[in-house]
Design a protein around this ligand. Structure first.
Ligand code: FEO
Length: 396
């Protein structure tokens, strides 16, 4: 239901506590999510974004119950992805006269999804919507943050930046604001969201943030479309994005592997000990990709200066959990990270070569041709793995 942010601006979104997967099955949401929608009630009454499709009727019914539906003068569709536009068909079925303000790309995406001839009004960066009472919304196109159609809206007077996906995180909360939630949970979800969704667009993130900061606009609130609204030191998330978008890395090494008969797992465990022993400052984390969450593993890759990818050889190839993660990592376009492959084999042993090719194609600097162990590694093979891990650490 409606939650007042200030005298004229309210949250009217949906808290989705049971969301476990997002983007189909591609993104794990351990903490649920929210679809944030806002209503501004100045002389004009304006809705900013809607909610995911399954909650469309509930959302529009709530607007009606709050006496808002009949009073709306416009809807601002900042992004056409279904988690924000999903209630537009229901809204516009009940208010077909309502003008829809979005970017030119937004018209293409919304028409592509819903195949409706709504009353579209395309906007560009710098265009304004007059709210009355001396306030206005100023639009800023933000292509690829997250789709080509994305845009921000800045409300003058109240100094609210409606940022849609940017600066968001998948965190269900009824508490609305960044200072009212568990800070560890908040920042874990923020970095996971950036790592898994925004990494490929980092150059655009940097350019857009620099453009917005150069305007020197006051910002009281950053009202995202997922998770919390940033009110306590709202630019802290902007500055964090500036760190994350510039080939971010920590003194961390991530090992990603899968195993068939424990040989590659034994190598992974040995490498974790070897790197930890070789560098007292380096954090080492290891993920078995077939058993644990892929998105958490990718978040660790984002945080790392180097990755080791392990798989045994199977049918002259690599295990599927490793292959699918490498495919996803390639799309994320990580930069400035080092890498190498490892694994066990019985006869042909192409796995390190295959993984190395994937790593190079994904933009990693491969610093070693890879560690291979024939059959199940014995004490001698594990000692060799330990030495290899220490040498790898020396190359970082
Ligand atoms: Fe939250 Fe790109 O949608």
């Amino acid at each position: 239901m409606k939650k007042q942010l200030n005298a004229t601006v309210s949250w009217v979104g949906k808290v989705d506590w049971e969301l476990a997967k997002f983007h189909g099955d591609e993104y794990s949401t351990h903490k649920g999510s929210t679809y944030n929608s806002y209503v501004i009630e100045e002389e004009k009454v304006v809705l900013i974004d809607t909610v995911w499709k399954p909650y469309a009727k509930e959302f529009v019914d709530n607007l009606e119950a709050e006496g808002l539906l009949a009073r709306l003068d416009a809807v601002i569709a900042q992004h056409a992805e279904i988690d924000h536009s999903g209630a537009l068909p229901e809204l516009l079925r009940r208010r077909p006269d309502l003008p829809v303000y979005c970017t030119a790309n937004g018209i293409k995406s919304l028409t592509g999804h819903y195949h409706q001839k709504w009353d579209f009004h395309p906007v560009k960066t710098g265009d304004e919507y007059d709210l009355g009472h001396g306030k206005k919304l100023v639009f800023v196109e933000a292509p690829m943050l997250h789709w080509p159609d994305s845009m921000f809206s800045y409300m003058t007077g109240d100094a609210i930046l409606f940022s849609n996906d940017a600066f968001g995180q998948h965190l269900a909360t009824e508490r609305l604001y960044n200072d009212l939630v568990d800070q560890n949970e908040l920042w874990n979800e923020c970095i996971k969201y950036y790592a898994n969704i925004l990494t490929p667009f980092s150059p655009l993130v940097k350019a857009k943030i620099e453009q917005v900061l150069s305007l020197n606009l006051p910002v009281n609130l950053i009202a995202t479309s997922h998770g919390v609204i940033w009110r306590d030191d709202p630019t802290q998330i902007v500055l964090k994005y500036l760190e994350w978008c510039q080939n971010y890395q920590e003194d961390r090494v991530t090992i990603l592997y899968d195993t068939m008969w424990d040989g590659t797992r034994a190598l992974a465990d040995t490498l974790a000990r070897a790197i930890t022993g070789a560098s007292t400052s380096t954090t080492v984390v290891s993920h078995c990709l077939s058993k644990f969450d892929k998105n958490d593993a990718i978040t660790d890759v984002f945080r790392s200066k180097a990755v080791l990818i392990g798989t045994p050889c199977i049918n002259k190839g690599i295990l599927t959990a490793v292959a699918s993660t490498l495919e996803e990592i390639k799309g994320l376009k990580f930069k400035g990270k080092k890498a190498a492959a490892f694994g066990c084999y019985g006869w042909s042993g192409e796995m390190t070569k295959i993984v190395t090719e994937h790593l190079k194609a994904a933009g990693f600097e491969v610093v070693d041709e890879g560690l291979r162990a024939l059959w199940n590694p014995d004490a001698e093979a594990l000692a060799a793995a330990d030495a290899w891990g220490r040498a790898f650490t020396g190359k970082l």
